[in-house]
Design a protein around this ligand. Structure first.
Ligand SMILES: *Cc1c(COP(=O)(O)O)cnc(C)c1O
Length: 497
């Protein structure tokens, strides 16, 4: 049966999956959601014997119903290949009685790779299906991680180009090195004299520039974005929850139909929303445990029913979760509002104008399957150190926030249901914070690459290729411009104007 997509703010009608992927955001400002969540109508015993790619097909074919089997399988096999350093794609590791689902074995050693390695293929397939002849130009402003993961995904994908802008002095040395060494004849990296907001504002301006849009179309190009509200990023994230559950059954850790809890270190609310969708498909998930760092907007929301972004923005050691507006939460709001687009629009408009909104008591009740808590900076570091000391397993700062919140949940509730903790980054990606947590000031004065060597010694896990390669890789991009020159540089890259 066909699954269609409609906007959470509901003024336009429905679109097909491929149209939703092409558009990204709906014209009324809402996010695309499936008109119904399909059931996972396959016995778990069958899922247990499937490869990651096969599970991906089973899940994605139920959501992307206007893609043919051949199209979807081609997207999947191009995405989940040797770019990942393990055939399992998303392996499980057991420590302190919990199952860490390692989502960091892709090209940039963080979980964004799980979705961004397939999005380019979904997007180009969707373009072909909808008779779009233009070449697709992805424009992204990045504070470090997303831009690199997007480039790794789009590199050398026919029919696409990607241009990434980052703030010259606003990313870490390793992040900058990762970007300027990016290969692929269709990738372009430009640094901006300014901060991340300048880069972001510049990209938004280009997207809104009608004249530029016309010039691009005349030259056979059209812009698109790879940001995390695209349904083509959300659905691929459902896959690994199904895969993890099936593997736990296969390995005899749980029996079929046993309930598991899921713990997710959360920023934009995409990853945990995927777990919620998996639960709605029928996967036996109990509590959805939402872990925040000191930017604890979501913890406050689950506790009080009020979402309030009016607060200080705190820079933490888990920067990918330093977020005050969790965009994907809108999809949950829509569900708990009984799929009421008018109500959703009101709340989101209040968020835009006042920076806050409060859900009704009925909606708050519907949040009962979620549990929210947060970890302070000190608790995060202590968690890394404790799990390393007790189990010899080294986790990154984001995963540590989740592990810490899981401990709080267990001691508060006494609920010892088996739990899967989403492990969202390799500790090598955040080597400095991880080594400080483990060794205190013993590593003072070392540069980032020396810390990587120290991490290899204490963890016993080999340095991933993603890190060792950038040590010696040649710099391929060295353009720097002022923010107001961004439109010109885009045209120059595309050879127009
Ligand atoms: C993006 C990211 C997160 C947050 O995921 P959301 O889907 O935005 O909630 C957590 N950890 C890492 C390492 C990330 O890159």
């Amino acid at each position: 049966m066909e699954v269609l997509y409609r906007s959470t703010r509901g003024t336009s009608g429905t679109v097909t999956a491929s149209q939703a992927i092409l558009k990204g955001l709906s014209e009324d400002g809402g996010l695309y959601v499936p008109t119904r969540i399909p059931a996972l109508d396959i016995p778990v015993e069958e899922l247990a014997d499937m490869s990651y790619q096969e599970v991906a097909y089973q899940v994605m074919s139920r959501f992307f119903t206007d893609f043919t089997e051949e199209e979807l399988r081609r997207c999947i096999s191009r995405a989940y290949d040797s770019k990942f350093d393990t055939e399992e794609i998303a392996p499980l590791a057991k420590a302190e009685g919990a199952y860490f689902l390692e989502l960091f074995h892709g090209a940039t050693i963080a979980f964004k790779d799980m979705a961004l390695s397939i999005l380019p293929h979904l997007l180009t397939t969707a373009a072909a299906k909808n008779q779009v002849k233009n070449e697709i130009v992805i424009l992204t402003a990045t504070s470090g991680d997303t831009g690199k993961a997007a480039m790794a995904g789009f590199a050398d994908v026919p029919g696409t180009r990607i241009i990434v802008f980052y703030p010259k002095d606003g990313v870490s040395p390793i992040q900058e090195k990762q970007m300027v060494t990016q290969r692929g004849s269709n990738t372009y990296v430009v640094s901006i004299r300014g901060n991340f907001d300048d880069a972001q504002t510049g990209v938004k301006k280009i997207f809104g520039d009608e004249k530029m849009k016309e010039e691009l179309a005349a030259a056979g190009f059209q812009f698109s974005s790879a940001n995390s509200i695209n349904i083509g990023r959300l659905v691929p994230q459902i896959v690994y929850y199904v895969y993890a559950y099936a593997k736990l059954v296969k390995n005899g850790e749980i029996a079929p139909k046993d309930v598991v809890n899921v713990v997710v270190p959360t920023g934009n609310f995409g990853n945990i929303l995927a777990a919620y969708y998996a639960k709605n498909m029928g996967l036996p998930i109990g509590k959805l445990i939402c872990a925040s760092n000191e930017n604890k907007v979501l913890y406050d929301f689950f506790r009080t029913g009020t979402y309030d972004r009016n607060r200080e923005f705190i820079l933490t050691s888990s920067p990918s979760m330093d977020i005050l507006i969790s965009s994907n939460l809108e999809r949950l709001i829509y569900r708990i509002a009984g799929e009421d687009a008018q109500k959703t629009r009101e709340l989101m408009e209040a968020l835009g104008s006042d920076g806050s909104y409060t859900v009704t008591s009925q909606m708050k009740e519907a949040l009962g399957e979620f549990y929210g808590n947060y970890a302070s900076e000190q608790e995060t570091a202590e968690t890394i150190r404790r799990i390393w000391k007790d189990c010899g397993y080294v986790i990154d700062t984001h995963t540590a926030v989740a592990a810490c919140v899981y401990e709080k949940y267990r001691s508060e509730t006494g609920d010892n249901t088996p739990a899967v903790i989403a492990s969202t980054a390799s500790p090598y990606k955040f080597a400095r914070s991880v080594m400080e947590a483990i060794g205190g000031d013993a590593y003072d004065g070392m540069d980032d690459f020396q810390l990587v060597d120290e991490l290899e010694k204490v963890s016993g896990v080999a340095i991933p290729d993603a890190v060792s390669q950038i040590r010696t890789a040649p710099v391929l991009h060295n353009t720097t411009v002022d923010a107001d020159q961004m439109p010109e540089i885009v045209k120059k890259i595309l050879g127009i104007g």
